[in-house]
Write a protein that binds this ligand. Structure first.
Ligand SMILES: [Zn+2]
Length: 275
């Protein structure tokens, strides 16, 4: 699933290629995309709107339009492609035709992705519950301390909760925990301030290197120009089960935490002692 670095990669490309363009045609090819808003109404809300800004909040992509916000969540397999308006490929669910090519195509094999055409005032109904932006100025270890207070949940699960910090998913949670030498099953209320500082740094670092490498591609993620990201070659633990830990050379292990596949080094990331 695309996480913050993958969505940010797309955001930067859209900012380069479609900022300032005006939506001339909006075509929804899959009515399930609009969450019950009639397709015609959805399309009507976007037509004639100029792209004034391209933002991101967590894993949500936001096109700031003249007086609407177009929101897109890629979910499992969604891809944003920039290509000529008439070059529609299989599994395309939406095309935004602009006053000049390229058009924005939303392609989504598994069809879990969602799109919204909102008034600014409706935006909180979609993104209102998200926690802080980890690459924002006000994110540091105190954000984690406050979010983890009085909770007993495993730290891996807490990081995947978008109310804790927005945009971190399975890949970057594993990478951040490895960097901070924290066991993924450590209960959040037992992590020291020292380790929380390392974790906050680890999150920022993992996300920033993901962005620097244009995202992680295993099977589904592509940039808007149809090329894969490059961060899969730089991961420390994620999907490296059995391969040597980059720090201590012992084999990386895989466990399941909160139903999510989790990768870590059992030597570098010691399980906390039971009380
Ligand atoms: Zn190790």
């Amino acid at each position: 699933m695309p996480e913050l670095p993958e969505v940010e990669t797309i955001r930067r490309e859209l900012d380069t290629y479609i900022l300032g363009r005006t939506v001339q045609r909006a075509t929804v090819l899959d009515p399930r995309l609009t969450l019950g808003l009639p397709v015609q109404e959805f399309e009507f809300r976007l037509i004639g709107q100029r792209v004034e800004g391209v933002d991101r909040r967590g894993k949500y992509l936001l096109l700031r339009l003249t007086d609407r916000v177009f929101v897109l969540h890629l979910m499992m397999s969604g891809r944003v492609h920039l290509r000529p308006a008439d070059a529609v490929q299989p599994h395309t669910r939406l095309v935004l035709g602009l006053d000049r090519d390229p058009a924005l195509h939303f392609v989504d094999v598994r069809r879990f992705g969602r799109a919204w055409a909102l008034d600014e005032t409706e935006l909180p109904t979609v993104i209102g519950n998200l926690g802080p932006e980890p690459l924002g100025d006000d994110f540091d270890w105190r954000t984690l301390r406050d979010a983890f207070r009085d909770r007993q949940v495993a730290v891996k699960s807490a990081l995947l909760d978008q109310r804790t910090v927005a945009g971190v998913g399975n890949i970057y949670a594993d990478e951040a925990l490895f960097s901070a030498r924290i066991h993924p099953e450590a209960p959040v209320d037992r992590i020291s301030a020292y380790k929380l500082k390392a974790l906050a740094r680890g999150i920022v670092q993992a996300l920033q290197s993901g962005i620097a490498n244009h995202g992680t591609s295993f099977s589904t993620f592509e940039t808007s120009r149809g090329t894969p990201g490059g961060h899969q070659d730089h991961l420390q633990v994620f999907r490296r089960t059995g391969q040597p830990c980059p720090r201590c050379t012992r084999p990386i292990r895989r466990i399941v935490v909160g139903q999510r596949s989790t990768h870590y080094c059992s030597f570098c990331q010691r399980r906390p002692r039971q009380v």
